[in-house]
Unconditional design. Structure first.
Length: 623
């Protein structure tokens, strides 16, 4: 999903597969052994491998095939795979791209990345340990990202004397757990990656096994890509190429179907039609191109089509929506916060989004759906996703490129989740925004003011409510139309159903931001007095309201001063443990980094600070 390995899905000879499973199941050793057995290691590399095996190996001086794959020094020192390592080789008339993915739970995100590009998965099981929780997690992720062909490689059979009973026990346990995963084909192969048993040819050590050796199975397994090739044409636009005023080309990689000169196409979400004038690839102009090829398409007329939008056939299978039902693998140590804003990226498309509270999460032991309030690191669940603009997509089960996405924390730029689109929500298509005859500008005109939202943030006891109260009185004296939205007051009514968890705090801010936007549309000056402790939620409020009308005012009071005031006695209760998650004590306060106003309450009176806000409003033509 996150990689860009070139794939031309009409190449039936290419098989992309991964090795996955728990730590130390022998994944890297298996790939190294396959490369060795198929003659893929040059002589000079083999000599280096022999030297490295003596220095870094765990095989008593014998060749340690895992070192061919575990190239990072950190991997060699720890004896584990951290990154996804790709290798290319040929055998039996077939080409292979193999990804060695990490087994450690900490690097599950890397495993998921590798799996999203694979046609087949080799799930490794240590014969001594059997099916482990990480084996089950990797099996579920493999199924979730659409891999339907699986080989269960029961490795290290030499360490259990090639006992058939051990093999059968693991096979039965895996099949019992895999019933809910929807795999189309599961092959069980007993092997010893270190010694080469059942890798290239059948081993004399397993006379009871009547299946193929591993490489023979990989050569013969049938992978069908016809669905994507025969689907209606679709291409996310990655770049609009304008080298001069006489040329406009739309560049991207074809995600489905094929395209030909003279073919009618349509843009999404705008639904404008045109005809293909030319198709250019790295090999020059072509009459037609197929799924998986990178192309630049020119049309017979100029149309408004930008990065992230989709060029499709008129009879497209694509949907357009801004509310999506999704499955998510959470990949961040900080848990999912419903209502918090994230950056959504799919193909070349990017938008701001929020998530609902998860519908459920998957119990990785038995794959049952469990109720939950959030998702923690490496947990998998279902949630509704709300975009700030429409997305053109296909469900992930129908097209990986058009149905896959990642979520990014807009503050840290970390990728926090990967996901798959299941379907759009019907209400996304049935709710329309009405254009009202009287708009914000006309309402503000009769009030003789420029509407804005003055968003006051700071610790409890910082003085927000006091300053807000004085500010509104001063504005009222100037005959300005105002409203004050105070955190405590709002929690007595609109938000009385919310607590103080991270999720409830995010929803608290989202709701008040939407109300503030309504006040803005009414032409009013809204004074908002909320602790709003997290930068992400304040950024969400700014985005909802509009940065041109949003004035962030930091009521800057040191914690010691706010606690010393403690007008409501809340800090004392928090110190006694009576108020969990109290900002500044049990929960952090993230001070604004670039507020429009930074008001230091220890240096000025509340009235002076209110005057500073009024001066800012005058300077910026709000008054």
């Amino acid at each position: 999903m996150l990689d860009t390995i070139p794939t031309y899905i009409d190449n039936a000879n290419l098989l992309r597969f991964i090795t996955c499973g728990s730590v130390d199941d022998g994944k890297s050793t298996l790939i190294g052994r396959m490369l060795f057995e198929t003659g893929q290691i040059p002589e000079d590399h083999l000599k280096t491998l022999e030297d490295d095996s003596k220095k870094f190996g765990t095989t008593g001086g014998a060749i340690d095939y895992a070192l061919l794959i575990d190239g990072l020094s950190a991997e060699r020192e720890q004896g584990i795979t951290i990154d996804v390592a790709y290798r290319y080789f040929s055998y039996g008339g077939r080409k292979f791209i193999v990804a060695d993915t990490p087994g450690h739970e900490q690097y599950t995100r890397n495993m998921a990345t590798g799996a999203s590009n694979a046609d087949l998965a080799i799930i490794m099981v240590d014969a001594r340990k059997g099916v482990l929780p990480q084996t089950k997690r990797h099996s579920f992720i493999t199924s979730m990202v659409g891999v339907k062909k699986v080989v269960v490689a029961i490795n290290k059979m030499d360490l259990v004397n090639f006992d058939e009973a051990v093999y059968l026990k693991i096979k039965d346990e895996f099949l019992k757990n895999a019933a809910a995963l929807g795999f189309e084909d599961i092959a069980f192969i007993p092997l010893s990656a270190l010694n080469g048993d059942n890798i290239v040819k059948k081993s004399a050590q397993t006379p009871w096994y009547d299946g193929d050796a591993l490489l023979d199975h990989l050569v013969n397994v049938q992978i069908h890509h016809a669905d994507a090739l025969n689907a209606a044409f679709a291409m996310p636009v990655q770049w609009v190429n304008r080298p001069n005023l006489d040329f406009r080309g739309y560049a991207g990689t074809i995600a489905a179907g094929r395209i030909a000169k003279g073919q009618k196409v349509m843009t999404l979400p705008a639904h404008k039609e045109a005809t293909v004038k030319a198709i250019t690839t790295s090999d020059g102009e072509k009459d037609e191109a197929y799924c998986g090829e990178a192309v630049t398409i020119t049309l017979n007329e100029e149309i408004d089509l930008s990065r992230g939008e989709v060029l499709t056939a008129p009879d497209t299978d694509c949907h357009v929506a801004d509310i999506l039902k999704t499955h998510i693998l959470w990949m961040n140590s900080e848990h999912l916060v419903a209502g918090r804003q994230y950056i959504f990226q799919s193909a070349a498309y990017s938008a701001k989004c929020t998530l609902s509270k998860p519908d459920y999460k998957i119990d990785i032991h038995d794959y049952q759906e469990m109720p939950c309030k959030t998702l923690e690191l490496n947990e998998i669940g279902s949630a509704t996703l709300f975009l700030d603009r429409p997305l053109s997509f296909r469900p992930y089960k129908d097209n990986k490129t058009l149905g896959a996405f990642i979520l990014i924390n807009p503050i840290s730029n970390e990728t926090v989740a990967m996901g798959m689109i299941d379907h759009d929500m019907r209400r996304s298509q049935n709710i329309f925004e009405e254009n009202m005859a009287i708009d914000r500008a006309k309402r503000a005109e009769i009030k003789n003011q420029k509407p804005c939202v003055i968003w006051m943030t700071g610790l409890s006891g910082a003085g927000k409510s006091t300053i807000a109260n004085i500010l509104e009185q001063k504005l009222h004296q100037q005959h300005k139309h105002t409203i004050t939205l105070d955190g405590d007051n709002v929690r007595h009514g609109l938000n009385k159903d919310l607590g103080f968890s991270d999720t409830d705090r995010a929803e608290n801010i989202r709701r008040i931001a939407e109300v503030s936007k309504l006040m803005l549309d009414a032409g009013m000056i809204a004074i908002v007095s909320f602790i709003s402790p997290f930068r992400a939620e304040r950024q969400l409020a700014r985005d909802i309201i509009g940065t041109e009308n949003f004035i962030e005012v930091y009521i800057n009071t040191p914690l010691s001063v706010a606690e010393e005031r403690d007008v409501k006695g809340l800090y004392k209760k928090a110190r006694r443990g009576e108020i969990p998650n109290f900002t500044g004590i049990g929960s952090p306060y993230e001070a604004p980094e670039k507020p429009e106003l930074d008001l230091k309450t220890v240096e000025n009176s509340a009235e002076e600070l209110a005057d500073q806000i009024i001066n800012h409003l005058k300077t910026n033509d709000y008054l």
